[in-house]
Design a protein around this ligand. Structure first.
Ligand code: ATP
Length: 393
């Protein structure tokens, strides 16, 4: 098994026509890690991956693989295998030949005998369930099988790292979920450092050891999927990760730590109230995940500080769960996701109360950066603690 660390230090890309695609990206990928770059179309994830592969020149910054600067190293000498969305198998070659091709081409250079190549191709085909189709041409394969051949072609090379660029986009929903599990299983077995690009937040969450959320060529957050979900760095990350997206509500914080939404008020719990006070009396944005809202609270709890009233607009059944869209006032519509049985008897037009798990909510600045203020104050406190500690030592 090969070891590979990949380090991006302040990497930027400006295309020849002046388009700034990637802006000072720094990222340290550990050996064996599975890192997912995720973000909306045009955020620079493919460009970042292509720079790592050597298919795109780096405008500024340093790229290191295993500590060695590779900015000017040719793609074939980086010992990296890339799998694309359009995997372009050779149509005139059968599966076996497609998988063996890159090794055959460099057989002498790699010091491989024909028997060694044969063994690698057959072993890889077996692990991908392709043994029975080795003699077939790509046109006689299903989409999922073709994608597995593309994977196999990368795996037989036993590279230092795998780069995946939206490899599942051409597959239907069921096959995507299956192949995603397959890739994860392979990673657990091979443990090759992997960098995976997708615009699909669910794919990112389920596959990555860490996920890197990008927007406009800039990293917004790089953390474990759970941390990104539970502690998003800013409004963009909060609304990008999680489906349906987090409810983001602009309002003001009153004298008694209450978040004022028009006529109604919610009481901020300690950690949010403290950060709001530290932030001063500006407008803030309260973030509530749909699953932190439950419908039909007994009336006697109204006014308890974590209940709001709304008029149900649409009910969307999902089987075990249901999404309820409701209007709080003319400027604010929210969405709640709850277990189906909790929403029985609710109909569009009903005015009902909703409970909000305030302790699980987030507060963001009402600014373009939209930073998570609790995170911001925690890190400030941590820095202050560290400074105090180092001064006292
Ligand atoms: P997608 O998911 O749509 O592939 P992405 O996040 O991978 O998007 P990139 O393909 O990296 O984004 O593109 C980042 C930016 O660079 C976009 O504004 C894009 O239009 C621009 N861009 C990409 N390739 C070129 C090019 N060859 N010349 C000029 N601009 C480019």
């Amino acid at each position: 098994m090969k070891l590979a660390t990949v380090e991006l230090e302040n990497i930027s890309k400006v295309y020849a026509d002046g388009t700034p695609a990637v802006d000072r990206v720094s990222l340290s990928i550990r050996d064996h890690e599975f890192v997912v770059l995720v973000g909306p179309s045009g955020c620079g994830k493919t460009t970042t991956l292509r720079m790592i592969a050597g298919l795109e020149a780096i405008s500024s910054g340093t790229l290191k693989i295993n500590g060695r600067v590779v900015n000017d190293v040719a793609p074939k000498d980086r010992d990296i295998a890339m799998v694309f969305q359009n995997y372009a198998l050779y149509p005139h070659m059968n599966v076996y030949k497609n998988m063996a091709f890159s090794l055959e081409m460099r057989r002498k250079e790699l010091g491989l005998s024909r028997a060694m190549i044969d063994q690698r191709v057959k072993e890889t085909a077996k692990s991908l369930g392709l043994t029975d189709v080795l003699a077939r041409k790509p046109k006689a394969l299903s989409g999922g099988q073709r994608q597995r051949v593309a994977l196999g072609r990368a795996i037989v090379r036993n590279p230092q790292a795998f780069l995946f660029d939206e490899p599942l986009s051409n597959l239907d929903a069921k096959l995507r979920v299956e192949t995603r599990a397959e890739i994860k299983r392979l990673h657990l077995k091979l443990r090759t450092t992997t960098i995976y690009v997708t615009h699909d937040q669910e794919e990112a969450m389920t596959m990555g050891d860490r996920i890197v959320v990008m927007k406009d060529g800039v990293i917004q957050q790089c953390d474990s999927p759970l941390e990104v979900y539970q502690n998003p760095a800013n409004q963009f990350v909060a609304s990008f990760v999680g489906m349906p997206p987090m409810n983001l509500i602009t309002g003001q914080v009153g004298q008694h730590d209450e978040f004022i939404l028009g006529e109604q008020k919610l009481t901020l719990p300690g950690k949010l109230a403290g950060a709001a006070r530290a932030q001063g009396g500006q407008n803030l944005v309260l973030g509530i995940r749909p699953e932190q809202i439950s419908p039909k609270v007994e009336e006697r709890f109204a006014g308890s500080g974590n209940v709001i009233r709304g008029v149900v607009q649409v009910i969307e059944p999902l089987g075990d769960r249901v999404d309820v869209r409701f209007r709080v006032d003319e400027r604010l519509t929210m969405i709640c996701r709850t277990e189906t049985h909790r929403a029985t008897g609710i109909a569009p037009g009903d005015s009902i109360t909703f409970h909000i798990a305030m302790a699980q909510c987030h507060l963001f600045e009402d600014s373009p950066a939209g930073e998570n203020i609790v995170r911001k104050w925690n890190s400030k406190e941590q820095r202050a603690d560290m400074t105090a500690k180092s001064l006292s030592e």
